[in-house]
Design a protein around this ligand. Structure first.
Ligand code: FES
Length: 112
């Protein structure tokens, strides 16, 4: 028998993410954009761009589109804040992205 922390549990990959936010891809598709300067961008992309976040693990924070989270709100996007995973956020199209970034713990500190 292997001791805890044995082989297979020791591999790590470093990431620069201060926080991670999960954005429902299906909600995003259903409302067909709704964010960004022209209101035609999906939330994850608009938020990433608004905060000048790169993609991948070298970014200062992770904004990840995921499959349906089972809430399926009408006219909003379900978002899970990794730093506050008990309070999911339903984001309506055109939401203020500065305010949202603050709510999701992606504020100034998360800028790349
Ligand atoms: S479609 Fe987004 S939570 Fe189900």
């Amino acid at each position: 028998m292997e001791a805890a922390g044995g082989r297979g549990l020791k591999d790590h990959v470093r990431a620069n993410w201060r926080n991670v936010v999960l954005v429902c891809r299906k909600c995003s598709k259903k409302i067909d954009g709704g964010f960004g300067p022209d209101g035609d961008e999906r939330l994850a992309r608009a938020l990433r761009r608004h905060l000048s976040l790169k993609k991948g693990r070298k970014a200062a924070a992770g904004i990840v589109e995921v499959g349906c989270l089972g809430v399926c709100p009408k006219g909003a996007v379900t978002v899970v804040d990794g730093a506050d995973s008990r309070e999911w956020v339903l984001v309506r199209p055109g939401a203020d992205l500065d305010e949202l970034a603050g709510t999701l713990h992606l504020g100034e500190n998360a800028r790349a």
